[in-house]
Design a protein around this ligand. Structure first.
Ligand SMILES: [Zn+2]
Length: 113
């Protein structure tokens, strides 16, 4: 516990004005990107989860909800296919705040457009 009236060693502000915790929460952003790989396969990559989250368990839940293949790897989750349209809804129903889920729509999953 920090000393009352002390200065936060991280942000240099008095403890009662310290913004470190807020920043940590705001930075805990879940990002969703797609990656196109060999043979035109598209994967949805979900990252930014807190270390305390059991990614293996989360990956298997996502796979069953989205009816796709996938795996948890090195701190992120990969899902086969482009699930950007549905994943925010699925994650928010699992308890992740919607405003913390950032979807990257800049990539196209197909060459049609
Ligand atoms: Zn601070």
């Amino acid at each position: 516990m920090p000393d009352e009236g002390g200065i936060c060693p991280n942000c240099g502000l008095p403890q009662d004005l310290c913004v470190c915790e807020t920043i940590a929460q705001e930075e805990a952003r879940i990002t969703v990107n797609i990656e196109r790989r060999k043979w035109g396969r598209v994967y949805t990559v979900v990252e930014g989860f807190d270390k305390n989250i059991d990614l293996g368990d989360l990956a298997s839940k996502l796979k069953s909800k989205l009816a796709c293949g996938g795996a948890a790897k090195h701190g992120h989750i990969e899902l086969q296919g482009d699930h950007r349209g549905t994943i925010k809804d699925v994650l928010s129903k699992m308890g992740f705040p919607e405003e913390q889920i950032v979807i990257d729509w800049s990539q196209s999953s197909s060459r049609r457009r």
